[in-house]
Design a protein around this ligand. Sequence first.
Ligand code: CP
Length: 326
Amino acid sequence: MTRHLISSADLTRRDVEDILETAASMHDLQRREVKKVPTLRGRTVINFFFEDSTRTRSSFEIAGKWMSADTINLSAKGSSTSKGESLRDTAMTIDAMAVDALVIRHNASGACHQVAKWVRCSVINAGDGTHEHPTQALLDAYTLRTRLGDLDGRHVVIVGDLTHSRVFRSNVITLKTLGARVTVVAPPTLMPSGIGAWSEADGFATSWDLDAVLAGDDPVDAVMMLRVQRERMSAAYFPSAREYSRRYGLDARRMARLPEHAIVMHPGPMNRGLEITADAADSARSTIVEQVANGVSVRMAVLYLLLAGSDDHEEAPARSVLEGAR
Ligand code: CP
């Protein structure tokens, strides 16, 4: 694995498989009474979130703490960013304190890529604007593999607000890396510009018609619903919430058309009643809560693989992930 995790495209199939296998061994820790291993003792991880988060921030913090790293959370409010300090000065200030990793969420696409050029520590992208969210794609792949096994040839349908979704971009890349087939579905107004060339180059399908995809000849193994990101919308992208739900929402009627083994995913947070109904979100097919739990294991794996084996550090407990746990 490289020093940073900025884009899902940074990861080869071998890298993704290493992360998912390491995450599986980390997952055992969640079932233990004492969830603490010394793996990252002496390392410092800063979680700097310039945008709000519940899942990503807390799971990175838990992941670091369970592996005995010193984890510190910063947000734009309460840091000197609110006084006008630039991203470059902020990043260099944090790096000067000899931290080992900087986990960043930022509203600007490309922010993590820039920061990685300015600092010595590892940079992990926890979501940059509408660009990418690589650890979300990894935890989704982990969830899919846990439920469906090998993803080679599996058909995953991603539905919703593609224009504003970093989850969709990272998921398409990671799913294709693992050999899955992907169809993305959105209203024409929420289909990103340039997707035609991208889908042709990377071999995934696009559609404006969810019902046609669900009823098509290609059985669906998983349907991943995306949040309608109203906070990023400066115009009306669909006539009404009711109309959006009618055409693109997942409800019991559409779920009934899925093969029996197919699963329902959502990265969260959900707009219940808009892109997904409560009965779909809370059904036995839903992996939404499981995805959150898997997020901790996958982020432990990412921190471990980036930090524990680094030549810069005196300890390199390569094969002793859970060593020392009681
Ligand atoms: N899926 C996700 O990134 O959720 P948060 O915004 O709560 O971190």
